[in-house]
Design a protein around this ligand. Structure first.
Ligand SMILES: CCCCCCCCCCCCCC(=O)CSCCNC(=O)CCNC(=O)[C@H](O)C(C)(C)COP(=O)(O)OP(=O)(O)OC[C@H]1O[C@@H](n2cnc3c(N)ncnc32)[C@H](O)[C@@H]1OP(=O)(O)O
Ligand SMILES: CCOC(=O)c1cnc2ccc(OC)cc2c1SCCC#N
Length: 389
């Protein structure tokens, strides 16, 4: 298919796949900041740019409502992501964030927010190079304004604003295939509330299975099995940072987290992110870590339910406790917190526990992309140590 916009961009092009003469690394060099376009790209006449101040409750609510009604749906339109205001505030304000990268489009007449795209700064290691990047997310055009080529303008504008901060690479994911994925991951789902998942039509009763037999199949203990398993606290940040940096160093692409990043991204925040660690009862060493984030979805067109409570596996490290046992404890605490499903990608070492812990493969794929950075050969999901929100 012709990608009229993406074929103009410094990304791996389909025609170049397999061309080993092309070097790994930046595709285009940086340019002097004085040569970066100083003024915003032109929008169609009825629309204007706006910078969304996520510190403002009202603006946060506008962004929340735009996404709640117009963001990503699954292929069967059964669910639509329903990121909470607290989650958006957390996701968009990490250490060193730029308000100017929280970009909205308003209709001039009504002042209504009709489109959105964001970037947050991140240090991403690719093999042995740490690269300053923008993580791009929450690209959304109101359903009534689709297929008007607004997305390329949004993408060019966020690119321009990232360039103005002297950053020349980006990382992003999408459910759609674009030039050119660095890897393609599979979603896996572990039922915690099988009755609800069957009632909404996501899961079906297996052959020769009754509902009570199905409920029993997914039943979990009331409390975690691992001695020393507890919630992460502020004083654990240095130990968790050491543990996570050492673990992530084995992957080809991963975040280069420091203590400030760990405090922001991994310290438990109610209704947003949960993290647990194993402190050895003898040595008091922190030997293992697991975390998941909270991303509810609206259930579309169901009489009995309107919200799906979903937990998403985030970063997990096991050095003493078997990963299988650690993740089973994560499932146990997620069930205690009344999640309906625990989702995970087949990234990092996740494949080693998915089937055994009764995850089922989803029908959606998640493609990972880098902007202006060529990776010579596509990665296996197990070589990827990066989870985007
Ligand atoms: C150095 C810094 C660099 C920073 C920037 C880095 C790059 C960041 C890139 C962004 C990363 C976002 C990551 C992220 O947020 C996570 S992926 C979630 C994206 N959002 C949604 O799916 C929400 C529901 N859908 C919509 O709102 C619209 O359908 C959107 C806005 C998606 C497209 O609006 P539309 O009204 O349906 O379409 P047109 O305006 O007519 O435009 C059609 C063109 O857009 C291309 N398209 C479609 N979906 C895309 C997607 N998900 N990524 C990139 N490109 C996408 C498409 O291939 C075509 O180009 P082509 O003709 O070349 O094929
Ligand atoms: C029950 C398992 O499916 C989901 O949890 C879910 C929920 N909401 C979505 C909203 C948009 C959506 O668009 C791709 C997918 C979902 C999915 S499946 C893929 C995410 C995972 N795991």
């Amino acid at each position: 298919k012709g990608h009229k916009f993406w074929e103009t961009q410094p990304v791996g092009q389909f025609k170049d796949v397999g061309d080993t003469s092309l070097p790994e690394g930046p595709i285009e060099p940086p340019i002097p900041l004085s040569e970066v376009k100083q003024e915003p790209y032109n929008l169609p006449n009825p629309y204007e740019w706006t910078t969304c101040d996520m510190d403002s409750e009202d603006t946060c609510t506008e962004v929340y409502n735009l996404l709640k009604n117009n963001y990503v749906e699954d292929d069967e339109n059964m669910f639509r992501f329903n990121y909470s205001k607290e989650f958006l505030s957390w996701a968009l304000r990490p250490p060193g964030y730029y308000k100017s990268w929280h970009i909205g489009v308003r209709a001039k007449a009504s002042k209504k927010l009709v489109a959105f795209i964001t970037g947050v700064p991140a240090r991403i290691r690719v093999r042995d190079e740490v690269v300053k990047m923008a993580e791009i997310n929450f690209l959304c055009v109101h359903k009534k304004l689709r297929s008007k080529r607004l997305a390329p303008v949004m993408i060019k504008e966020v690119t321009r604003r990232v360039h103005l901060e002297n950053i020349w690479q980006a990382a992003y994911t999408a459910g759609v295939v674009l030039p050119t994925p660095i890897t393609t991951c599979q979603y896996w789902h572990r039922s915690l509330n099988p009755k609800k998942l069957i009632d909404v039509g996501f899961s079906r009763l297996g052959p020769r299975m009754t509902m009570s037999r199905t409920i029993k199949l997914y039943k979990l203990p009331d409390s975690p099995a691992t001695p020393g398993f507890r919630k992460m606290e502020l004083h654990d940040v240095p130990a968790v940072t050491r543990l996570l940096r050492s673990y992530l160093s084995q992957f080809v692409v991963s975040p280069d987290f420091d203590e400030n990043d760990v405090e922001h991204w991994l310290l438990p925040t109610d209704g947003v992110v949960d993290s647990y660690l194993v402190e050895s009862p003898e040595s008091h060493d922190v030997t293992d870590f697991c975390s998941f984030y909270t991303l509810p979805s609206s259930i579309l067109g169901n009489q009995n339910y309107s919200i799906l409570k979903a937990a998403y596996s985030y970063y997990n490290v096991s050095t003493k406790t078997p990963l299988l046992q650690l993740m089973n404890d994560a499932l146990i605490v997620a069930k205690q917190k009344d999640f309906d499903v625990f989702n995970a990608l087949d990234v990092m070492h996740n494949e080693s526990f998915l089937k055994e812990l009764k995850f089922g493969p989803g029908d959606g794929q998640l493609h990972y992309y880098l902007y202006n950075y060529r990776i010579r050969n596509a990665l296996r999901p197990s070589e990827l140590g990066l989870v985007l929100l």
